[in-house]
Write a protein that binds this ligand. Sequence first.
Ligand code: UDP
Length: 402
Amino acid sequence: MGRRIVDYEKIVGKEKIEEIKQRAHELRGLSVLHVNSTLVGGGVAEMLQSLVPLFNDLGINTRWEVIKGTPLFFKMTKGFHNALQGDGLNSGEAMLERYLEINRRNAQLLDFNSDIVIIHDPQPLPLIMSRTKGRNRWIWRCHIDLSSPDKEAWKFLSPYVERYDIVVLSMPEFAQYLPIPQDVIPPSIDPLSEKNKDLPENKVREVYRKYKIPMDKPVILQVSRFDPFKDPVGVIEACELVRKKVACSLIFAGGIASDDPEGAEVLARVRERANGDPDIHIIAPQSEPIPDVEVNALQRGADIIVQKSLREGFALTVTEAMWKGKPVVGSNVGGIPLQVTDGVTGFLVRSIDETAERITFLLHNQELAVEMGEVGREQIRKKFLITRQIKDYLRLMSIIAP
Ligand code: UDP
């Protein structure tokens, strides 16, 4: 990737980068292993793609491994994901045993010989059972909304969580009763990645032309995996209400992550609901993700970005939108209220009607919408860029390093 920490001086200032270098210097030579379940698609992979090279640049020897699973395994772990966010769990004993078995097999293929092992989310959670006696420290990094987990799912998973040295959550509201310490590190975006770097206007136009989306009327965009918790059908319904008052197009952009078996089903429902409407543009490539630079261009070309999730871990899509100076209409769930200041950088909403109302208001007040976007960009610069997350990880590592 070739990205270096000094490249961020121009974005966050020399002082912040010096502070990071100083903290990293104290940890030089430390080795860290990250394990998750997909190389592309979704927020975790997105962050690791930037964190891993930057930590290596800072002298922290950092590796990233991805566990291998079968379609059934990922169907099950998606069930866990949903259950931890409050859905009921419907996995039989045989399925739970399969989940553990796949983790045992992955454990045999992985080299855990690092000072700090960071396991992301529930898919590889039971890898902790393969921890051998030694001085290394294990972190469970949970990115999902744990505020009201299904009791059954938590009862099954928490004995594994308790074997870790520490749990890291995205928000304090996700904390659970656990006999181990819990820390909070909010996620972040990389302003220099293909997804977020500045783009010339002609690149934005080129991408809109490619997908045959006219730019002569306002564009509303939601970028999300095709997941029921992202409520894509709700977005379409809200935009239908908006279009009774103001002409606009809706883009729903979402690839399908390899660890997300629900995608095809939800996409089919979205297509059915859109019913061939020429003002609804569904961008959903089947075999590969939408290239990051295209997501970037779609976000930059939009007038308003929506994130109408029913449950949400953090919503990096909101961070990305705000960094691009866009007002966001987002549900008041998970990490969205941590990012969007209601009435200042966008609006927090609780229903389809309210989503439609707020979008319509912004379309009628375009100058205000632009101002909100500008304020949002500065808030992201202060709180949610990757340099802040690196600093948080360094703080944690310096406390727990063996
Ligand atoms: N994303 C993407 N293409 C897609 C869907 C999502 O690149 O088709 C990216 C999106 O830009 C963001 C991340 O995946 O960087 C999604 O993270 P978020 O926290 O919003 O949601 P998650 O998918 O982790 O629930």
